[in-house]
Each structure stands twice: as structure tokens, then as C-alpha cells.
Design a protein around this ligand. Sequence first.
Ligand code: PPS
Length: 278
Amino acid sequence: EAELIHMFKGIPFTIRSSPELLKSLDTFDAREDDVLLVSYPKSGTHWLAGVTAKLYNTQVTLTSPIEFGDISKLEELNKLSSKRIIPTHLDYNMLPPNFKKKKCKMIYISRNPKDTAVSMYHYYRDNPNLPTVDTWTAFFDLFVKGDVVCGSWFDHFLSWEEHANDKNILFLFYEDMKKDLPKIVKEISLFLGLNVSDNDIQDICKKSSFSEMKSDTEKENSDPSHTVCALTSNRRLIFRKGAVGDWKNHFTPKQNRRFEEIFNEKMKLSKMAKSLTY
Ligand code: PPS
């Protein structure tokens, strides 16, 4: 079991991200028109990918996360025609430097870390490619210590927050998408420089609802933008509940106090912390 995970630059990765591939990311050749979709796991990656691919009306290649696979995966990526939409769970420091040098557009989506923790717990429980966790209590401890795939939620968020005001980066919150999806889809389209009619926005929102995306993935010819995860082919593991506040069904009052203490300490210099406590 232990060999399901390996450490790279101090961060736990699954063996589906080979060390050779992670090493070569340093020299990966970015293109100016690449678009990156960035997230800590379980923050709305699939939702954002679905929306973004639909905004381009399929004239793009949506890839699986850049850090997954063996070394041949990077050669495949090099051969793909533009435009490429590339999801990633990498923190800012591990992102291939060429994406930064070329000022590629990047969309960072984050979510209340309490809900992310709960989502990740269920994913760990149901995914044979991840270590076994027996109880929520055990997972909670691993999560707050950052002892889970992709490392500490706090480190990830803070590494990206530092760049939230860069012109090529758009910062989004899962909860805002839940509250007013058309508004956020419009914001994404403006950021990407796409001219999309209000009708198209309505249509994209309809096709990107939780129930639409969940039921679509169960069809044989499902929209490929609904299935970017490289860790499972079982789409039911991705589309679980899609709700805000499920943490309240899992956190004990004591865990909640402990989480908030850690949150307040780790995030004391964060300007965006307020947008995250729901
Ligand atoms: S992954 O594996 O890290 O890429 O997972 P990710 O896509 O980031 O996050 C999965 C959670 O997002 C929820 N989800 C959605 N919520 C609302 N609307 C839509 N369309 C949608 N699509 C996916 C999904 O249900 C997971 O959250 P939980 O709380 O586990 O249900």
C-alpha cells in the first residue's frame, strides 16, 4: 500500500505521477496560448474544465492534469495542436517555469477547505489508487497535517494567492459558482477574451449543472470535458454530492474548533481568507 504514494520535493504524489515526469516539468515547453486550470484536488476542477471547454465550443484540446502519467505523456502533450487547456493540481512553485515566463492564462479555483477535506475523504475511501483510510477522524488528521496527495491545502492556496493579482491569473471560488454560475461563466469568458452571447452562457450553465454533468458521465458518449481526472475511470467517484457545507455532516464541534485554529494561524497573512470561510 505504501507504494501508492511517493514524495517529490516534500509533497506526496501518487505513483501515477512518475518521478521522471515530475522532474521533467522544469523544462516543459509551454505555449503562449495554453490555458491552465489550477486547483487543489476536490475544489471544482471538473466543473471548471467542463465550463471552459464549452466556452471554446470544442475548438480546444482538454488534457488530463499535466503531472499525471509517465514521461511519454509529456511528449504527447508536445505534439498536441493548439489550443491546449491543461488542468493541474501543482502548487505555484512546482509549476513548469515556462508557463510563468510566457504569462499563460491560468484560472485558479478554490473551495472552502472543510468541504474539500470531506470530498477528498470520500474519494480516498472509494478510490483503490489511494491509500486506505478507515475513518473520517483519521483522514481529518492527515488532511490538517498536509499528509495527503498534493500536500497541504494551506501551502497550495497560499502559493497561488501570492499571484492572485497577476494579470494572467483569474481567482475563482467554488461557492461563487454555486451561487451564480452565469456570472462566473461570463467572468471566465471575458478573462479568456471570448465573445459569448448570453444565450450561450445560459446553455453552458445548463449543461454544467451537477446533475447534468453527473448523468452525462454515465452515458457511453459522454462529453470528454466531464472526465479529466487521471486517478479513476469511475466517474461516480468524481460526481458525489456537489454541495456547499457538507462538512457540517462530518466535522465534530471539536474538529471544527481545531480546524479554525489551524486555519487562522496558517492564513493570518492571507487577504483572501475571508472569502473562504462559509
Ligand atoms: S478532482 O478529482 O480533484 O479533479 O476533483 P474536482 O473535480 O476538483 O472536485 C470534485 C468535487 O466537485 C464536485 N462537482 C461539482 N459540484 C457542483 N457542480 C458541478 N457541476 C460539479 N462537478 C463536480 C464533485 O461533486 C466533488 O465534490 P463532492 O463534495 O465530493 O461532491
